[in-house]
Design a protein around this ligand. Structure first.
Ligand code: IVH
Length: 718
């Protein structure tokens, strides 16, 4: 089998080169089709592609060009004549009312200019109106509503028939179980959309997997697609999927008018004028459809979409949107440009593969292949040994990646990663880069298994692994690497935020014996530091100020800074809120800790262990003597309010409250004020003359935008 794969890879490379050099000839047509079928199988059925989307498209377009040159050579089973087959047998089959086509892909502005030129040719117009919206990177679905009720939800499958996954679809909160299509005179409607898992939930999901010692999922798309196929709707519900809808593919009106089923018959579909649609007045443009879906209670890209005349503005919007890609709460892999007017769409028609009136504009790739050179082992602040893959530096989505965490030994074993392997690397959004898998087909036989160390690379002590854990640990508490990590964590931005006490300086002070424990941060010998190279009066002054300011940090930051296992920022807030003084935690047993929100046995056990350790208590007393804040000054506020944990931002002029008053009230009710619009924001409160923040917030579908009155109502519900 693997030699078959190698052959296919070799052919792929040869064909790609010929296409690039413009040397492809019709004698290669069969070989090109075979190669395309091979990659379609890898992609659709094995879910394990060997080439990038771009390379696939290049091959596909190469074949299209050959067939255009020699129409006689077109065979009914050519990849250009059908959508790839691939169906899972476990779910009932769900024939689509209209085949689910794909989109044609473009990668740069040249491609879009080309698309526009063809669109103008086909319509005979000199300028076209386009609707542009995000291309959601998830799993596509089809929904059928009959008499206002959700009747069926299905996967794409092979495009003609998918899997009926209605019970799972019903778990998705953003898909209404009923919608008043009848108000638009519509009786039966088939809708297309994309199921996603947002980045935050994806992260949580992967963290949960990691806690159980399981390998994390590759990316949000795989997580969404995989979840849709779970045979346990309750579990599906727990994973908090979301859906965007963006297309009505079929409808039947109350008075029997039907959208012409134009793509069942491929031959017909090639003749643009064969299609006539009878549209209810509100359904004449794509942007109108998105608005209708939004009004009916769906999540459509109604706020993200924009309508432009002419292609240049479209290109600008795509580039602008790409810059904000990382700020969105969900993954997008490009934009979709659609001719806005349905009459023009019908005039342009479709191929058997994609509509001619739409084009996907793909953002820069976030996957690449590279070679695994070696594995290094980092020691965490709790002594956990983290394997890190060093790869040949590779550019992915605008950054160079050369180091990638391999998480733990099990991940290495499960993925069977070896030194010398060619590995597929992905970097998606704010998800850290990771190795998707080794390309085992490309092995030469010289790859070496990874040998996990038996002794700590820093202090040489023997490593341990408890049966219920995935990590190997160095249990020597004074292991230099661990002490350094603890110091770095303590001073870091999200913890005590001591600027000037970064990695390099901590290492320098440690080596010179000036800094060996956390309390020593507050007793640094600045005279000695002043004699070091690179430390002038100004930098020393800044460092002193930062250290002294850190003494005033709120209690939850200090608790987080201590680096207690399983106590992250949120957990530290919950726990700090429950005490009047940090050392009160000495009196807490596991049971009492577990009465706090989200505190489970793991966290509780770890906190109890920390506060029962005399050395830790001594250190905290010392810190208090040195002037740090161990009392909880905010205990009386910020918990149990009706805005608990929600985030807010105000923009524009408020009329009933002063800005500072409004912010205070949010905090009193347990809410938090953010400084800018990002996916972390829950509510934007809009006053008069709101500006760019409002524009930005509109692009993030999870942000709720409220007026001042709505906000006041929220504070004091009637
Ligand atoms: S329109 C005939 N719009 O991308 C209508 N598709 O790579 C064709 N996709 O199969 C689809 N976001 O699953 C459309 N805003 C969007 C989309 C979108 C994501 C998916 C869809 C399609 C795939 C093609």
């Amino acid at each position: 089998m693997s030699s078959g794969i190698k052959d296919a890879q070799k052919h792929t490379e040869q064909l790609l080169k010929k296409i690039k050099d413009g040397k492809l000839s019709t004698s290669e047509i069969d070989s090109l089709r075979d190669v395309l079928r091979f990659h379609e199988h890898r992609y659709y059925i094995q879910n394990d592609p060997l080439i990038s989307d771009f390379e696939y498209d290049t091959l596909f377009k190469g074949l299209e060009a050959l067939e255009k040159e020699a129409p006689d050579l077109v065979t009914p089973d050519s990849p250009t004549q059908r959508v790839a087959k691939g169906l899972t047998k476990d779910f009932p089959a769900a024939p689509h009312l209209v085949p689910m086509l794909s989109l044609d892909n473009s990668y740069d502005s040249e491609d879009l200019l080309d698309f526009d030129r063809k669109a103008r040719e086909l319509t005979g117009l000199s300028e076209i109106e386009y609707c542009v919206e995000p291309k959601f990177d998830g799993a596509s679905i089809s929904l059928i509503y009959e008499n206002d009720r959700l009747a069926r939800g299905a996967t794409r499958g092979d495009g003609v028939r998918g899997d009926d996954i209605t019970p799972n679809i019903k778990q998705i909160r953003t898909i209404p179980l009923s919608a008043r299509f009848s108000a638009y005179g519509l009786q039966t409607v088939e809708i297309r959309g994309e199921v996603l898992i947002n980045k935050n939930n994806f992260k949580k999901f992967n963290e949960a997997l990691a806690e159980q010692g399981l390998a994390p999922l590759a990316n949000p798309r795989n997580a969404a697609a995989g979840t849709l196929r779970i045979k346990d709707p309750v579990e599906v519900g727990r994973r908090k999927l979301e859906a965007f809808v963006y297309h009505v593919s079929y409808y039947l009106t109350d008075d029997g008018l039907q959208m012409t089923d134009d793509s069942k018959d491929v031959e017909e579909a090639h003749t643009p004028s064969s299609v006539t649609r009878h549209l209810p007045s509100s359904l004449t443009t794509h942007s109108g459809t998105l608005d209708m879906l939004w009004d009916l209670g769906f999540r459509s890209p109604a706020n993200e979409k924009k309508v432009f005349r002419g292609i240049q503005a479209v290109i600008d919007y795509c580039n602008e949107f790409e810059k904000e890609r990382d700020e969105l709460p969900y993954e997008i892999d490009g934009m979709v440009i659609k001719v806005n007017d349905f009459t023009l769409q019908d005039k342009m028609g479709m191929t058997s593969h994609h509509p001619r009136w739409a084009m996907a504009y793909k953002f820069k790739a976030r996957q690449a292949t590279s070679k695994l050179l070696r594995v290094e082992y980092q020691i965490g602040r709790t002594g956990n040994i983290g394997p890190v893959a060093k790869i040949e530096p590779v550019h992915i989505g605008g950054v160079t990646v050369s180091s990638i965490s391999l998480f733990n030994e099990d991940v290495i074993r499960e993925k069977d990663i070896r030194i010398g392997d060619t590995v597929l690397v992905e970097r998606a959004g704010d998800v850290i880069p990771y190795i998707v898998k080794p390309l085992t087909e490309l092995r030469t036989g010289n790859e070496q298994p990874i040998k996990f160390p038996t002794h700590c690379p820093s202090c040489g002590d023997e490593l341990y692994r408890s049966p219920e854990e995935v990590a190997w640990r160095c249990v020597n508490a004074s292991c230099p690497a661990q002490v350094l990590e603890r110091l770095m964590h303590f001073a870091s931005k999200d913890a005590m935020d001591i600027r000037g006490l970064g990695e390099a300086n901590i290492e320098k002070f440690y080596t010179l014996g000036l800094l060996r424990s956390i309390p020593q941060i507050y007793q640094l010998d600045f005279e000695a530091i002043g004699k070091l190279e690179g430390f002038g009066p100004k930098s020393i002054g800044n460092l002193q100020l930062a250290i002294s300011n850190s003494k005033k940090q709120p209690l939850h930051r200090l608790l987080f800074a201590l680096g207690i296992r399983f106590v992250g920022e949120t957990m530290a807030k919950t726990i700090a809120n429950a005490v009047g003084h940090l050392l009160d935690l000495r009196e807490f047993d596991e049971e009492r800790l577990q009465t706090l929100e989200d505190v489970g046995p793991k966290v509780a056990g770890s906190v109890v262990q920390f506060f029962r350790n005399e050395d830790n208590v001594k250190m905290l007393t010392e810190l208090e003597d040195l002037g740090l804040q161990l009392k909880n000054e905010k205990k009386e506020v910020a918990s149990g309010g009706n805005l608990d944990g929600q985030t807010f931002l105000f923009t524009g002029t408020l009329h009933k409250l002063k800005r500072s008053e409004a912010e205070e009230r949010v905090e009193k009710a347990g809410g938090k004020i953010l400084s800018g619009v990002s996916s972390k924001l829950d509510y934007l409160i809009v006053g008069e003359d709101a500006g760019s923040k409002l524009e930005k917030a509109k692009k993030i579908a999870t942000i709720r935008i409220l007026s001042e009155d709505q906000f006041l109502q929220m504070l004091e519900p009637a």
